[in-house]
Design a protein around this ligand. Structure first.
Ligand SMILES: O=C(O)CCC(=O)C(=O)O
Length: 285
């Protein structure tokens, strides 16, 4: 892959309407970004991991709280984190994260030097798939990285609508800083916190067909709801930051795996001078 790509070579750049929506609302949507066949490849790998056909470390896999608490008997997974880091047959996830159809607009927003943060695959199985409370991803990222805006791409593997638990956003909420996030009483997915003061009545449902992608500013308040339908709602999410960011704790450069290289230059502060490749599964990691 070339480190530097000129703007003429980038085919999937932001349109002026998208830039307006990005600035005003903090997100925009593109339809038909990925084909069903392309998404089926990711979905098959994810299913194979869950079925134990592809070895994958448990600590990257999060269990559905209803199944964990014995309230439902079903395929009990709701998310896998950082599939791209693991030495399974997951090159497709790494390639997807670097796919110019995702990254060209991100380059227009953040510049050419990009790192990839978490890469997440979320299942919402029929009837038991659980939603996420109002939150800002930047609240989580601030604990790890000193950087400005970060960008999320949310790729629909299935049609996502209000019935099966699509994403909701509060348009414009990225302009007002990062809020306090508090423990949620009876939280279904324990590691998620709730952004203070976010109101359901300010949210809009971002219903999208399979193959669409939502780009959103990590400061945008967003949530999703439970899956009440008899259909799956799966999504692949990749987050991006500028490569000239720093670890919030500088010593982390020696302790942590650097975010993955996506494009352009790297900077010593993040420990990315060497392009790291997929690493083997290490049980004690
Ligand atoms: O896909 C979902 O249901 C919610 C995803 C989300 O909130 C996130 O990735 O931050």
């Amino acid at each position: 892959m070339k480190a530097n790509i000129t703007s003429e070579e980038r085919k999937f750049r932001l349109t002026s309407e998208e830039r307006c929506s990005w600035e005003e609302n903090g997100y925009f949507v593109r339809l038909n970004v990925f084909t069903k066949e392309e998404n089926d490849i990711l979905a098959q790998i994810a299913d194979d991991i869950v079925d134990g056909k592809i070895p994958f470390p448990d600590y990257h896999i999060f269990e559905n709280a209803l199944v964990r608490d014995g309230k439902a008997e079903a395929q009990g997974i709701y998310a896998m984190h950082n599939i791209q880091y693991v030495s399974c047959n997951c090159q497709e996830f790494l390639d997807r994260t670097r796919d110019p159809r995702l990254t060209d607009p991100v380059v227009d927003i953040l510049g050419p030097d990009l790192l990839g943060l978490n890469n997440l695959y979320i299942w919402k199985p029929p009837k038991i798939g659980l939603g996420f409370p109002w939150h800002q991803d930047k609240w989580y990222f601030n604990y790890q990285y000193k950087t400005g805006t970060t960008v999320a791409t949310w790729s629909a593997i299935d049609d996502a609508d209000e019935e099966n638990g699509c994403l909701y956003v509060i348009p414009g909420s990225h302009k007002y800083g990062v809020r306090e996030h508090k423990e949620l009483e009876g939280s279904q997915q324990g590691e998620f916190k709730q952004a203070e003061g976010a109101r359901d009545e300010d949210g809009v449902a971002v219903e999208v067909p399979a193959g669409a992608v939502i780009w959103f500013n990590s400061q945008v308040l967003h949530k999703s709801t439970d899956n009440h339908s008899s259909r799956f709602r799966r999504a692949n999410i990749a987050h991006y930051m500028r490569a000239d960011g720093e670890w919030t704790r500088p010593e982390a450069v020696n302790e942590k795996r650097p975010p993955m290289w996506i494009s352009g230059k790297t900077f010593p502060a993040m420990g990315n001078e060497v392009q790291h490749e997929v690493i083997p599964i290490i049980e004690s990691d």
